[in-house]
Write a protein that binds this ligand. Structure first.
Ligand SMILES: C[S@@+](CC[C@H](N)C(=O)[O-])C[C@H]1O[C@@H](n2cnc3c(N)ncnc32)[C@H](O)[C@@H]1O
Length: 207
């Protein structure tokens, strides 16, 4: 599983990456002054957007290529600190990315959590473990913004995986479904080639 992601980064197969960041984050993120956990962050510019909104941002990412790319492509200087996971600490921005397996990451607590492309990257048999680990890193009342996907998995299969509303609520009962729209045009080409006609991106938020 992890090898697969590292290979994707080596081969540049990162179709999920949004060069302008995520539009729903920019529309629905409502808090500042928080310490924000961003699991499985890739090289998303969302980290920079969150930092500019006066948050301290901590990403966790398996691929060192991705971590270095985030800093290099955005001209952000950094230093590294060795630990269980190597920390890449931005010099002039409140951004740190820990490089390694998220399940080995334990630098909580956080009072906010942003998830795009992380929960939906986990196969069904790992999602419960992923959520439990995330919960262990969050303060009880942490703010949350989670972007999930809903589509017909009998037509196409992930990643990214479809995570139904009932499953989301079983993990995080307090989340409110604040938006949902068809995003098949930005879905993986393999989905459209398989005949999938609709892929709903859903935005969940607390509070
Ligand atoms: C679908 S991408 C989403 C990246 C980012 N959230 C975004 O929106 O662009 C999933 C990312 O999770 C990373 N990843 C997968 N499994 C991981 C794990 N166990 N620990 C840390 N990172 C992981 C992959 O390398 C990949 O960059």
């Amino acid at each position: 599983m992890n090898e697969n992601w590292l290979e994707r980064w080596q081969e540049g197969r990162i179709g999920w990456h949004e060069p302008e960041g995520n539009a729903s984050l920019q529309k629905y993120w409502a808090v500042s002054g928080k310490r924000v956990l961003v699991p499985l962050c890739g090289k998303t510019r969302d980290l920079i957007w969150l930092a500019r909104r006066d948050n301290e941002v901590v990403g966790v990412e398996l691929s060192e290529l991705a971590v270095r790319a985030l800093f290099d492509e955005n001209d952000i200087a950094y230093s590294t600190v060795e630990g269980a996971l190597t920390a890449y600490v931005a010099t002039d921005h409140p951004i740190t990315i820990y490089c390694g397996d998220y399940f080995d990451f334990s630098e909580g607590p956080f009072d906010a959590y942003y998830d795009r492309g992380a929960l939906v990257a986990m196969p069904a048999n790992l999602r419960g473990k992923y959520v439990e680990h995330t919960r262990s890193l969050l303060a009880p009342d942490a703010a949350k913004l989670i972007i999930s996907l809903e589509y017909d998995e009998s037509v196409a299969t992930g990643p990214p995986f479809s995570v139904p509303a009932g499953e989301i609520h079983s993990y995080w009962p307090d989340l409110e479904r604040v938006a949902a729209y068809d995003d098949i045009v930005n879905g993986p080409p393999k989905f459209r080639e398989a005949g999938l006609e609709e892929m709903i991106e859903v935005v969940w938020r607390y509070p």
